[in-house]
Design a protein around this ligand. Sequence first.
Ligand SMILES: [Ca+2]
Ligand SMILES: [Ca+2]
Length: 167
Amino acid sequence: MAQQRKQAKEQRKALVKKYDKDKTGQLEREELKKLLIEDSKMEVSDQDVEYYFIRFDRSQSGGITPEEIESLLASFHAYVQTKPQAEEFMAKYDVSKDGFLSKEELKQLMTDLNDGKPVADTEVEGVMQSADMLKHEKLEKPDLMHAIAFWDSQIDDRKSVGCCVCM
Ligand SMILES: [Ca+2]
Ligand SMILES: [Ca+2]
């Protein structure tokens, strides 16, 4: 086990080193962008890079270190799986076209997922809080998968409560 951990650590170091063109020991935005594009073989927008940068530069050193890269990539890989859907939702519900879902815009998305039935503001608030990873009261594309997963589970809970009441 210790051996495996050591190996994984070496791999993370090697990965950061590969993209660390200016030899600062960490990945700044442009370096991170190149890594994410080559890793996913997809186009990665500056906004997405900024999102991962802010979210995972936990030491606030202005760069992603080998210690930070692992959880960043885990989250990024999950996002890549749902990216086409996230883009579809963003295109449809981001009415203000600023690249974020505001609370009002999120509410419309939740209402549609709820078969058009009205959704309470407190529920919108709950989904916003659980999915707003950058804690700035708006959702970005990578946040959408968390919002939808959370809301799906809430809808399912309510359905099963409804079923018990009927019985
Ligand atoms: Ca660097
Ligand atoms: Ca918006």
